[in-house]
Design a protein around this ligand. Structure first.
Ligand code: ADP
Length: 189
């Protein structure tokens, strides 16, 4: 299996690039943000719980997120591999993911980290608010909170995969096609 983590701060382009990678490598796309948003729309218990955290720019608690992610992986026993988008976002999530995959005789193939300067992230998120309909994009204070949470809690996840020699930094500034080409060249055939 090919199991990729698409990593990077809010607004780095993970969703945009996932769409291409999923089709190109025949992977199942698991975006924790998308799954939470679908649950909010469906007014499930999980959605109600997640919404309060998301609207404040905070992370949904690890136990909830990890349980949900594992259940989603288990729904795809025939998958040729996964692309994890927005997960893991804490070192506890990374450890849980590694242990979970190992229990199935699998592992993470690579972490692809989109690197984008903070000013560029903020302007992309403000622009995205016009079309995304996302409450967490509409408020500059929430955008700042998401970036702060990323720096404090999520950035250390890169070190976890660096230590395993699975980290690939990718310049996330440029045209969508150029960034896709950088990703595919890091992933390989
Ligand atoms: P972005 O990367 O643009 O901030 P996402 O759609 O990935 O957006 O995530 C939106 C929100 O969903 C996050 O700010 C957080 O509240 C919640 N969320 C998504 N993934 C996770 C995760 N792995 N752990 C905890 N919370 C998460």
């Amino acid at each position: 299996m090919r199991n990729l983590i698409l990593f990077g701060p809010p607004g780095a382009g993970k969703g945009t690039q996932s769409a291409f990678l999923v089709a190109h490598y025949n992977l199942v796309h698991l975006s924790t943000g998308d799954i939470f948003r679908a649950n909010i729309k469906g007014e499930t218990e999980l959605g109600k719980l997640a919404q309060s955290y998301m609207n404040q720019g905070k992370l949904v608690p690890d136990d909830v997120t990890i349980g949900m992610l594992e259940a989603e992986v288990n729904k795809h026993p025939e998958a040729a591999g996964f692309i994890f988008d927005g997960f893991p976002r804490t070192t506890a999530q990374a450890q849980a993911l590694d242990t979970f995959l190992e229990s199935q005789g699998e592992t993470i193939s690579a972490m692809l980290a989109l690197e984008v300067p903070e000013d560029e992230l903020k302007s992309r998120l403000v622009a995205r608010a016009a079309t995304s309909g996302r409450a967490d994009d509409a408020d500059p204070a929430v955008i700042q909170k998401r970036i702060d949470v990323y720096n404090a809690e999520t950035a250390p996840v890169a070190d976890h995969y660096r230590a395993l020699e699975k980290y690939h930094g990718i310049d996330g500034v440029g045209s969508i096609e150029d960034i896709t080409a950088r990703l595919t060249s890091a992933i390989g055939a």
